[in-house]
Design a protein around this ligand. Structure first.
Ligand code: GAL
Ligand code: CA
Length: 343
């Protein structure tokens, strides 16, 4: 081909692709979105992931990645998505503190991004006008969990095994630095104090939302404190299950009323719902993976199609451009309320 004609054709092609704008960015002209999940084997997150997949299926081309709890891996996955020129991104950060790094990478490309589940700082959120967040209000889960404990403790005087009027408790914490873990850990104690309930912390361990780590921590606690433990406060349900497994091995929470340690969690995953029904777990705080996935997908499709992020929805953005899905207390009395969220 003649060089002049080639150059002409090449610039024509460029012109055509530019004039098509964002709507046909990916190579084959189809709208494409990229989603990264901090780790597929997180119990609660696996429900979010499956919901997102189901909701995107047939609607848009998408690539979803497992970042395997590795921020470097996630950075590479985002680089690859940028290379593919995706129309929008949804990111469940590995490390919430890496949001600024991510935004610095994404902002020059103009690709819109919906962060979810691991909340970036306010400063980071406000540093890019095409960044939004879908999640919950972290403090709310700690407040509700605290209120749940107040109610359960005051209506079960026999749980104060040493009769000193003080809750001797252990606490299982999620990932350090994760807004949910920090807020849940702080708020439950604050709510108990605000309600005039005296507490004594026997120990607090970080178990990273993980069933096995929680089981190991609880094994050590049972060995050290045994039946002196009057409550197990867990930042999430997976860790609550780990604690339950551990204490059941030692004969707790299997029917002997004298060997009972109340446990509370957060998420309302189906396995914990089953335990609440059996009376082995006292309660949990529902956060709906379905409602959050729906918000993520609605907003992602909107921005990928260059519509207003809230187009056709009833969501409201707060001062950090976040959509917050509310939490709800779940105990035996309203156990069926959690079913819909995990269907
Ligand atoms: C929390 C949830 C935990 C864990 C964590 C991951 O909101 O309660 O179970 O999934 O997110 O970031
Ligand atoms: Ca006591």
């Amino acid at each position: 081909m003649n060089k002049v004609i080639f150059t002409f054709l090449a610039s024509l092609l460029l012109l055509v692709s530019v004039s098509c704008g964002n709507n046909s960015k990916s190579a084959d002209g189809e709208i494409e979105v990229g989603i990264t999940i901090y780790r597929y084997d997180d119990n609660f997150i696996s429900f979010m992931r499956r919901n997102i997949e189901t909701m995107l299926n047939g609607k848009v081309k998408f690539i979803m990645n497992d970042s395997e709890n590795d921020q470097v891996k996630q950075n590479d996955q985002i680089d690859a998505a940028i290379q593919r020129n995706v129309d929008a991104l949804a990111i469940n950060l590995v490390d919430p503190a890496s949001a600024s790094f991510m935004i610095n990478k994404i902002k020059p490309t103009g690709i819109p991004v919906i962060f979810f589940n691991k909340e970036p700082s306010k400063e980071d959120m406000l540093s890019y006008d095409k960044a939004w967040y879908v999640g919950t209000l972290s403090e709310e889960s700690g407040n509700i969990q605290g209120e749940l404990v107040v109610k359960a403790w005051t209506s079960n005087p026999n749980w104060d095994k040493n009769g000193d009027g003080v809750i001797q408790y252990v606490l299982l914490k999620g990932e350090a630095g994760h807004p949910d873990a920090e807020a849940r850990t702080e708020r439950i104690k604050a709510v108990l104090a605000d309600n005039g309930i005296n507490i004594e912390q026997l120990d607090e361990q970080t178990a990273n939302w993980d069933i096995l780590q929680a089981q190991n921590a609880t094994d050590a606690w049972i060995e050290k404190f045994g039946n002196k433990i009057e409550f197990i406060f867990s930042n999430n349900d997976a860790m609550a299950l780990g604690a339950l497994k551990s204490i059941q091995k030692q004969g707790y929470n299997i029917g002997d009323a004298a060997k009972f340690i109340p446990i509370v969690g957060v998420d309302a995953i189906p396995e914990v719902i089953e335990e609440i029904k059996k009376g082995t777990v006292v309660g949990t705080v529902l956060q709906s993976p379905k409602d959050q996935a729906k918000a993520i997908v609605d907003m992602l499709l909107n921005v990928a199609n260059e519509k207003d992020v809230l187009d056709g929805t009833e969501y409201k953005l707060d001062d950090v451009k976040a959509v917050r899905v509310p939490y709800r207390a779940i105990t035996l009395e309203n156990i069926e309320e959690s079913a819909e969220a995990y269907k």
